[in-house]
Ligand binder design. Structure first.
Ligand code: UDP
Ligand code: MG
Length: 317
């Protein structure tokens, strides 16, 4: 009999967690598999953990892993993947935007077609805001260019993975993995199921703009050195333009034409300054990540894991 782990990172999801459990439990019970649900509390400050522990009293298959502080969605997911023990592992958001009913479809597809990964692909995002859809569209377009065409345009972190995929992921030494890019880049046999993205059941998005920007920077820097090459090209282009200006400036001087200087100097100075700062910033993004990698600090710290107390997959339903 296959065993299934459902991994859910949660950050301040007190308002959503009851809905989540109420909808997930019957779905999993109907699957007729042995399962565990690994809820990873990503340093919530709104009582998510105490509510999870209360819910666990009535549903021992709900395992609670509490992280010491907020480390972000992807790192919380990393903690969950390391804790998960199932033959198959599904990662799913806590806000019911990913419908739990699709898990059965994913599992059926994986076992029937012998697949290692089944992506949940959003066929309809009309419940997301225009801003979210546009930024997501731009993000996935860029990622397909930088990482490769195997990155799905509409697959987030709702996916099923086999034990071999999870073991491979768990061995990666990356400090800030972006799973939606890392998983397809491994090249395991993969399939897709489509679903309609629902509205968040309760609470607010936990992905404000600065977290979206951070995810995008992590995505680009972990897969591509293109921005560094862009700096080289920007430098070369600026150099050629400057050379032209130097020649024309010298010619004007030789013919005795006095160039009125202030405006041109001012513009050139600002432009060059901006180009230099942008390039320096790009370099900084990479150097900062190299620095973090050499420090090799823990990606997250676990405050407690209830899974350690109750043996997983031994008790009946
Ligand atoms: N999340 C997390 N840590 C964070 C931010 C988000 O664990 O720092 C979780 C969140 O609780 C949810 C999932 O990641 O289960 C996706 O977040 P959200 O639904 O807010 O993102 P959106 O759907 O708006 O992109
Ligand atoms: Mg969401």
């Amino acid at each position: 009999m296959v065993t299934l782990s459902v991994v859910t990172p949660m950050y301040n999801e007190r308002a959503a967690v009851d809905h989540f459990v109420a909808r997930l439990r019957p779905v999993l019970d109907d699957l007729k598999v042995t399962y565990e649900v690994v809820a990873v509390d990503d340093g919530s400050a709104d009582g998510t953990v105490s509510r999870l522990l209360e819910l666990r009293a009535a549903w021992p298959r709900l395992r609670v892993v509490k992280l010491r502080r907020n480390v972000g969605h992807q790192s919380a997911l990393a903690a969950g993947l390391r804790a998960a023990a199932g033959d198959y592992v599904v990662s799913i958001d806590a806000d019911l935007q990913d419908p739990p009913e699709v898990i059965g479809e994913m599992l059926a597809k994986a076992t029937a077609e012998d697949l290692d990964v089944v992506y949940g692909v959003r066929s309809d995002r009309s419940t997301d805001t225009v801003f979210k859809r546009r930024t997501a569209g731009a993000y996935y377009w860029l990622m397909r260019k930088l990482v490769g065409p195997w990155v799905s345009g509409q697959a987030g972190d709702f996916r099923l993975m086999s034990r071999s995929v999870v073991d491979t992921l768990n061995q990666l030494p990356e400090q800030r993995p972006v799973y939606r890019l890392v998983v397809p880049s491994l090249g395991f046999p993969a399939g897709e199921v489509t679903y309609v993205r629902a509205e968040r059941v309760a609470g607010e998005t936990k992905y404000p703009l600065h977290k979206m920007i951070k995810l995008s920077l992590d995505s680009v820097t972990s897969f591509s050195a293109a921005p560094l090459k862009l700096a080289t090209w920007l430098g070369l282009i600026t150099f050629v333009v400057c050379l032209g200006l130097v020649v024309s400036g010298l010619a004007a001087w030789a013919f005795g034409v006095v160039v009125p200087g202030w405006t041109s100097l001012y513009i050139a100075m600002l432009l060059l300054g901006a180009v230099q700062l942008i390039c320096l910033g790009m370099l900084g993004e990479y150097v900062g990540r190299i620095y973090a990698a050499t420090q090799n600090r823990p990606q997250y710290l676990i405050a407690f894991d209830t899974g350690a107390e109750v043996p997983v997959f031994t008790s009946g339903r």
